[in-house]
Design a protein around this ligand. Structure first.
Ligand SMILES: NC(=O)c1ccc[n+]([C@@H]2O[C@H](COP(=O)([O-])OP(=O)(O)OC[C@H]3O[C@@H](n4cnc5c(N)ncnc54)[C@H](OP(=O)(O)O)[C@@H]3O)[C@@H](O)[C@H]2O)c1
Length: 378
């Protein structure tokens, strides 16, 4: 076994064997990512032992006295229970043997790892082949009772033929030709990867359940900013001078993690699960942010002054609500996102207003937004 193939949790470093909390071990691919980090946190809190795959566990030096870890994974090592029950395994999605080692001995697999890019070369092959490898590894392990795949709204809504009154739900699929024509390679890759997951699961007799999150916001556990948080950050740091005439559905990262665990733990859960709290026009997003954080240079002008304002689409999140999930309001998620970006140094902290009362300084965003009447439910 090479150094980098080795399990590199603190427990392992200390020579201890990880003790399963509730007796179950699960694998989370791409464990250091934005969504996966919250998923790992929740699984550890629930007593699972987690084998998380990362591309670089970062054990660069291997002497008897020195071990150096990739700082990119520091937030995972800091999670409660990580020292005893988190194991990081090196695995690229295109390395089948490494994926097999990570899945070995697991009762569940959460496949969240995926490139998040519109570069077709980087996106499609790892997303599709990696997903096929994960399902194959799960089938061959002989211990896995369910695989949960993180798909996307990108595999659901990209369909120009859908009428404005159609309620977007789990029966909707993106039109692959339309994705290609519009060069939306991320949506194309996610749709083809989800199809590949369903095909491979059917062929190999794997119990597969899918979560389709919309754009995910909320606090980050990791130090770096991922693509969906960059979508919010650009309005606050002055890099976006206008907002687009576009609508988007949003959901909180903590609810996405919760959805993954619910569909894993509920024996009767099956099929796809649309994970969305609400659809907002970009103008609504910047208005919510401006109301909560007036100190930042939020855009006030739409980049499209010609076309009519895009209308939010209708959707159903009933399947996840039937599993008991209560979605956080997006205004709360946006508030928590900005506070986290400030705490992690991605946004300057506002200069304190000496006149403000303590109550004003800590006012709950939801109350303020209800009074302001900004929130719009699709
Ligand atoms: N955030 C959203 O708004 C959103 C919405 C819908 C669906 N999703 C889906 O949710 C999942 C997680 O997204 P995220 O927002 O948490 O993104 P993220 O923070 O960028 O995490 C993606 C993870 O995938 C890993 N990864 C990428 N390419 C890989 C490869 N070739 N081999 C192994 N690992 C690879 C990355 O590993 P490294 O750390 O080594 O780069 C990273 O840990 C993805 O499947 C994404 O499509 C996200």
């Amino acid at each position: 076994m090479t150094v980098v193939d080795a399990v590199v949790s603190s427990a392992d470093a200390a020579g201890a064997v990880a003790q399963p909390g509730n007796g179950q071990t699960v694998c989370v691919t791409g464990a250091a990512g934005y969504i996966a980090s919250w998923l790992v946190k929740l699984l550890l809190e629930k007593g699972y032992t987690v084998k998380g795959t990362v591309r670089n566990p970062g054990m660069c030096t291997h002497t008897h006295t020195t071990r150096r870890y990739d700082p990119k994974n520091a937030h995972l090592r800091a999670l409660e229970g990580a020292a005893e029950r988190l194991v990081l395994c090196k695995a690229d999605l295109l390395d089948y043997d490494a994926i097999c080692r990570a899945v070995q001995g697991c009762q569940g697999v959460f496949h969240t790892a995926s490139p998040v890019t519109d570069d077709p070369e980087q996106m499609v092959e790892p997303a599709v082949r990696g997903t096929e490898y994960v399902i194959k590894a799960a089938a061959e392990a002989g211990t896995v009772r369910r695989v949960v795949f993180t798909s996307s709204i990108g595999a659901v809504t990209m369909d120009p033929a859908r009428g404005p009154d159609v309620v977007v739900d789990e029966s909707c699929w993106s039109d692959l030709e339309f994705c290609k024509k519009t060069r939306n390679w991320y949506c194309y890759g996610k749709a083809v990867a989800e199809q590949a997951a369903w095909d491979a699961a059917r062929q190999r007799g794997v119990d597969l359940v899918v979560v389709n999150p919309v754009l995910v916001v909320g606090p980050l556990l990791q130090a770096t900013v991922n693509a969906s948080i960059a979508h919010v950050l650009k309005y606050l740091d002055g890099s976006a001078r206008t907002f687009a005439n576009a609508v988007q559905a949003y959901v909180d990262v903590r609810d996405v993690a919760d959805a993954h665990v619910r569909v894993f733990e509920t024996p009767g859960a099956s099929g796809r699960h649309l994970c969305a709290e609400r659809v907002l026009h970009r103008e609504d997003v910047v208005r919510i942010l401006a109301k909560l954080f007036p100190e930042y240079p939020l855009p006030t002008r739409c980049s499209d002054e010609v076309n009519p304002r895009k209308q939010p689409y209708k959707f159903s999140n009933q399947k996840l609500r039937d599993l008991g999930l209560e979605f956080r309001p997006v205004s709360q998620s946006l508030y928590d996102t900005v506070r986290c970006l400030q705490e992690k140094g991605h946004l300057p902290l506002p200069v304190p207003d000496e006149q403000a009362t303590e109550a004003e300084k800590t006012e709950a965003p939801a109350a303020e937004l209800q009074q302001g009447g900004i929130a719009i439910r699709a």
